[in-house]
Design a protein around this ligand. Structure first.
Ligand SMILES: [Zn+2]
Ligand SMILES: [Zn+2]
Length: 415
């Protein structure tokens, strides 16, 4: 077993050829007491950081993360630092409450400046911080404070930001895109949240994935989101074909997931829901697909007036198997596609979507209302024929729901 300082010495001497991941993984699982010293030493000696440092952050406890964060802020006072920026970015996803007491200082230090996650620490803003931001917007039309207010994801802060949109930005952009990124529809009389608060990870049966093709740092056992501990898991059936045919190509419908006890995981009126798509058509023949659901949850295509034809990229369904839906601990309630960097389980029911591009909620084809996000599936799922499924170049499929109409919709994004 290597010690944490040997890993750093090797890395400084030989770079990535020293295989830092291979040496780090046994520490993650068996030598927890080495992780905090390792993280602090990386901050001291490898200012650019690295993905092995990011992975370590997923394994340290909240108390240890707090120590790492204090050290990151202390170092940021002397100047910008990539590794310290990483600490703030991952804290804002995993443990935002650690940031609440530091927000005023982070506002001045501006770690991650210019990135799309620069304002994420303000997800942890309390009422006092929100008042301070509102004052900054009112008194000096402070754009940064305005963006932080949106990222608080609080309805009252969003309404304030909407009222001060022109003042703060002096722009002809629409506020709608900002509201959607924050997870709210502001078109009605009061803000409506577009996703649930609780996320559930889809945990696949052992052997479902072919582990032999993955490097060590992408093995599922090396990230806690792939195997969370839980006593209250909800079973569901994954992949395979569904009854019915695609309205575009007339090929078989592909089942994504069939949840037989929907109310255990989502606030919807149907007791069961079978979520489907057509892997041949979605994103290639049509940007979105919609399905009606009967009282048992079974899906049939919602027919829109579009030309039929043979798909350019005919596809088979996803490999069928059973999954359990396990509530995400608060640490993994928010997950980001880019910051996950291929390591995390982004196959989720509920919670906030991990957008790759701008927020893109489907509108219900029947009532026109914005649909709620209910699930997402990552790329690299096995197909029925032994391949690996990619959404586009390796993106995420997002699944939406209109509860009054019992209609689901889906689309995918990639880089
Ligand atoms: Zn089709
Ligand atoms: Zn509707």
């Amino acid at each position: 077993m290597r010690t944490s300082s040997e890993i750093i010495e090797d890395f400084l001497a030989r770079g990535w050829k020293s295989n830092p991941f291979e040496k780090l993984i046994p520490l993650l699982h068996n030598e927890h007491n080495q992780l905090l010293p390792f993280a602090l030493q990386v901050m001291e000696r490898v200012p650019k950081g690295g993905t092995f440092f990011d992975l370590t952050l997923s394994y340290i406890t909240e108390a240890e993360f707090s120590v790492v964060l204090e050290e990151a802020i202390r170092r940021l006072r002397s100047g910008p630092s990539d590794v310290c920026d990483s600490v703030v970015a991952y804290a804002s996803l995993q443990l935002p409450r650690l940031l609440t007491a530091h927000l005023r200082e982070l506002y001045l230090l501006r770690p991650n400046s210019g990135t799309y996650y620069e304002e994420w620490p303000w997800r942890a803003a309390d009422n006092r911080e929100i008042e301070w931001l509102k004052n900054a917007v009112k008194s000096r039309a402070d754009k940064q404070a305005w963006r932080c207010l949106v990222e608080t994801r609080r309805p009252e802060a969003l309404l304030f930001a909407a009222q001060h949109f022109q003042v703060a930005l002096n722009s002809s952009d629409s506020f709608v895109a900002y509201a959607h990124m924050a997870g709210f529809d502001l078109s009605g009389p009061s803000p409506r949240k577009l996703h649930s608060d609780t996320a559930y990870h889809m945990i696949f049966a052992s052997g479902y994935f072919d582990a032999s093709a993955r490097p060590a740092w992408l093995q599922h056992e090396n990230h806690p989101t792939w195997a969370p501990r839980c006593e209250t898991a909800t079973p569901a059936n994954f992949g395979g074909n569904a009854n019915g045919t695609c309205a575009h190509c007339e090929g078989p419908l592909h089942r994504l997931i069939h949840i037989e006890n929907t109310r255990a995981v989502l606030d919807v009126r149907l007791p069961a829901i079978e979520l489907c798509t057509c892997l041949s058509c979605l994103g290639w023949e049509t940007p979105e697909l919609f399905f009606r659901h009967d009282e048992t949850g079974r899906a049939s295509p919602y027919i829109t007036a579009q030309a039929k034809g043979a798909p350019e990229f005919p596809a088979v369904g996803l490999k069928s198997g059973s999954v359990t839906l396990v509530p995400a601990t608060p640490r993994w309630n928010f997950q980001d596609w880019a910051l996950a960097n291929g390591r995390e389980n982004l196959n989720r029911i509920g919670g906030a979507p991990s957008w790759i591009q701008d927020a893109q909620y489907c509108s219900c084809p029947q009532c026109g209302r914005l649909m709620s996000f209910i699930a997402q599936l990552d790329s690299n799922l096995p197909t029925a024929e032994g391949g690996e499924w990619l959404w586009g170049s390796g993106g995420i499929c997002y699944i939406f729901w209109c509860d009054p109409c019992a209609i689901s919709g889906n689309l995918w994004q990639c880089t």
